[in-house]
Design a protein around this ligand. Structure first.
Ligand code: PEP
Length: 249
């Protein structure tokens, strides 16, 4: 059975005190009512070490890492540094990084490799823009994103990765993919993995959905056979909403 996962991407929100309060609350809710879902929170870099101290049943992720490990890269934070905070996961290739910070596939592949070398598990995001969906190019867009990044990895490394399908038009817009749209893309991604690697690997791969997922729509999205959980943005900033999403699996 593949792992069910719900991860909260806090983006550039919360001060350290606010973040600590949110992390404590999420940890308490999960601790009081544990299930078989892996729950992850991804606060800003500046909060990681402090938040690690208040988590016992919730795992910790960064939202990005540098594409180099050390050196004269002012303002960057490497995978090795993230690992040293106690985090175990790192989000790579979020659409905000791709669009606002112009991160391309070549850079993203370097980040994935460095994360794996530092023993961090990448949560790798892919997904099409609205114009690509409107032109019927959503499958080929996602296929190309995977072909030039994750499909360049060796089997043993690919097995570590968590994939998040996040249609860009659904992120932070309040407009989620329908359960049918999510399922058909997740099934497509799983089939690609099976063709490129093998079906043992595709059966075991956790593929999360992200994009305006909230307590009111999480269950219908997660009920799909190829949707193994969610990457949650806005709704992860409220502990009760986030936990309601966790409980929707
Ligand atoms: C995200 O940023 O990964 C995301 C899914 O955001 P939201 O849930 O707010 O759409």
């Amino acid at each position: 059975m593949r792992k069910k996962i719900v991860a909260g991407n806090w983006k550039m929100n919360t001060t350290i005190d606010e973040g600590l309060q949110l992390a404590r609350e999420v940890n308490r809710l999960v601790d009081n009512d544990p299930g078989d879902v892996l729950v992850i929170v991804a606060p800003p870099f500046s909060h990681l070490s402090e938040i690690k101290k208040v988590l016992s049943v919730v795992a910790l992720s960064a939202q990005n890492c540098a594409s180099e490990n050390r050196g004269a890269f002012t303002g960057e934070v490497s995978a090795e540094m993230i690992k040293s905070t106690g985090a175990e996961y790192v989000i790579i290739g979020h659409s905000e990084r791709r669009t606002l910070f112009r991160e391309e596939d070549e850079i993203l592949l370097k980040k994935v490799k460095l994360a794996l070398e530092s023993d961090l598990i990448p949560i790798f995001c892919c997904g099409e823009k609205l114009s690509e969906r409107e032109q019927g190019k959503h499958f080929i867009t996602v296929q190309d994103q995977l072909a030039s990044t994750l499909f360049m990895l060796e089997d043993k490394n690919f097995r570590q990765i968590i994939i998040a399908y996040e249609p860009v038009w659904a992120i932070g817009t309040g407009l989620n993919a329908t359960p049918e749209q999510a399922q058909e893309m997740h099934e497509f991604i799983r089939r690609l993995i099976g063709q490129h690697f093998n079906t043992d690997i595709s059966d075991a791969a956790s593929i999360l959905y992200g994009g305006s997922c909230k307590p009111s729509n999480a269950k219908e999205l997660f009920d799909n056979p190829d949707v193994d959980g969610g990457l949650i943005g806005g709704a992860s900033l409220n502990a009760n909403d986030f936990f309601a999403i966790v409980k929707s699996i």
